[in-house]
Design a protein around this ligand. Structure first.
Ligand code: FAD
Length: 486
């Protein structure tokens, strides 16, 4: 049978391996790290377990599909639950809102607590569903770089609705029209951060994201986010995919405009097909440096990055849920810092993710595992050491004000992830979380295609290529890519 080599065991690389082995390929994965998962890995420290990167899980059917197409029942291999509360929001003035996944209940809650008419919430989520239904077939499930994507019935239906799909307005402006209360505008603006974009610039089209969380649902894997990685990795092993860890690919070998294999640790490994899961920008700088560079695509602005403190907290806070947001008092200024000043605002929005709420063995009894994150600019060579020290103080002060506590003495374990280490651990350009940002209306077209137009037998998947970053889109990139393989 034909042989495929996959470079990188990130979530998209794993999915690509599973799909290709199902297509009859003999598949070998080379991974630079000692473990699979890339950004979706985990950290264990003195009785605490933390999911290292992604914390929010939507569209679980993208994971399940991998089991189904392999003839296995997903329930037996990967368990998850639907969250009753997608997120618990806190403001400095004492206001709190729970985003119930039951939309009626959520709408009632914001009407009582924030004075926002329930009807506005229902209407906003309907609009979100409308955009999703019209654009997802076009932008999420197909290659944008092939003519037949643009000439078919679904596409034609979408063209007729272009105005309504929010392509010409920003997310913030659209939310200002949808809601009366500034807190609701802020809450719905936050969805831009789900792909590392700026709500004051990103097209209103991205208002499809609340549809994923409310109408379709927010989920949690019963064994933690890392189980997404582990379950797909185990599936790949069962299907006969071979993995080589601590194996950094040095070059994609190209002969007569055809990918013929890779160079790993000085050794030539031949293949009929090469799939790259490494970040595109760094791939063109290293393993594709001899090839023609798609400069326009590579020079696109990158998404934001993150600063995370993994804190083992020796106390239980019953008011906290799995996902918690402590909002900044000045959201606009916060994004101005992240995307234009390339620095960190002194009053950042603090996200606290606590898996021990649903998975008690992630922390010792009476304790909690806090994944405490703020959005930060991607790495442009800033003085991160001093920025991080300053941000840590500001985060602690904010947590103390809002939760009326003194958190510092309760921190018994601490680990940090920041733009520089995100880049060094997963080769992600500038430590961006989601590849290119979506801050302009052409962004979708300025992501790299899932195949190479210059080099035969070379394909791409992962967060820096079409359709974009985040677990569901990465999994879809592997699907789109495999469907293009002849
Ligand atoms: P990556 O995870 O980037 O992995 C690429 C792999 O390739 C790595 O393992 C790397 O070691 C390997 N590699 C690179 N170069 C080579 C080489 N030359 N040879 C061999 N191997 C190589 N998404 C969500 O859906 N929800 C969230 O809540 C969320 N939050 C996030 C929070 C953080 C802090 C981060 C960092 C990301 C978050 N994301 C979230 C985004 C999500 O993690 C990514 O979009 C996704 O995991 C990227 O997967 P990938 O397949 O592109 O590869």
């Amino acid at each position: 049978s034909q042989k495929a080599i996959v470079i990188g065991a990130g979530i998209a690389g794993l999915a690509a391996a599973v799909r290709l082995v199902n297509r009859g390929f003999k598949v070998q994965v080379f991974e630079a790290n000692a473990h699979p998962g890339g950004k979706l890995s985990e950290i264990q420290h003195k009785g605490y377990r933390f999911d290292a990167g992604p914390s929010l899980f939507t569209l679980p059917e993208q994971v399940e599909e991998l089991f189904r197409l392999s003839g296995k029942s997903p329930e037996e291999h990967f368990e998850y639950l639907k969250l009753p509360v997608a997120c618990h929001y806190f403001w400095e003035d004492g206001n709190q809102v729970k985003a119930w996944s039951d939309i009626k209940r959520f709408a009632e809650e914001v009407e009582t607590k924030l004075g926002e008419p329930a009807e506005n919430v229902r209407k906003a989520l309907k609009e979100s569903a409308f955009i999703y239904d019209h654009l997802s077939p076009l932008f999420m499930h197909r290659s944008l770089h092939q003519l037949n994507t643009w000439i078919n019935k679904e596409a034609l239906k979408s063209y007729l609705k272009m105005g309504k799909l929010g392509i010409f307005s920003t997310m913030h402006k659209a939310n200002e029209k949808r809601f009366e209360q500034s807190k609701m505008v802020q809450l719905f603006n936050r969805y831009a951060t789900y792909n590392g974009s700026n709500p004051y610039e990103t097209p209103a089209t991205l208002s499809i994201i609340p549809h994923l969380e409310f109408n379709i649902g927010a989920f949690f894997p019963k064994n933690g986010m890392h189980d997404i990685t582990l379950s797909i990795y185990r599936l790949a092993l069962e299907l006969g995919v071979t993995f080589t860890f601590n194996a950094k690919v040095e070059e994609i070998l190209v002969e007569n405009k055809k990918a013929v294999g890779v160079l790993v640790q000085g050794e030539r490994q031949e293949a009929d097909l090469v799939v790259n899961n490494m970040d595109m920008v760094n791939a063109y700088k290293s393993i594709l440096k001899k090839q023609k560079q798609p400069k326009l695509l590579l020079n696109q602005p990158k998404s934001s990055s993150a600063l995370i403190f993994y804190w083992g907290i020796k106390k239980n806070f019953p008011e906290l849920d799995l996902h918690n947001i402590l909002f900044s008092d000045n959201y606009k200024e916060e994004f101005e810092h992240i995307f234009h000043k390339k620095s960190i605002y002194h009053d950042p929005t603090v996200y606290i993710n606590i898996t021990s709420v649903y998975k008690p063995d992630d922390a010792p009894e009476g304790c909690m595992n806090w994944f405490t994150m703020i959005n930060v600019p991607n790495n442009q060579g800033q003085d991160w050491d001093s920025m991080i020290a300053e941000a840590r103080k500001n985060i602690i002060a904010k947590v103390n004000r809002i939760l009326k506590t003194d958190i510092e003495p309760l921190i018994e374990v601490e680990d940090v992830l920041e733009p520089r280490t995100i880049e060094s651990r997963t080769s992600s350009a500038n430590g961006a979380l989601y590849g290119n940002s979506s801050n302009n209306m052409y962004a979708a077209f300025l992501r790299h295609a899932n195949y190479s137009s210059d080099i035969k037998n070379l394909y791409f998947c992962g967060g820096s290529v079409h359709p974009g970053g985040g677990i569901p889109l990465c999994l879809l990139s592997a699907k789109i890519m495999t469907e293009m393989v002849e």
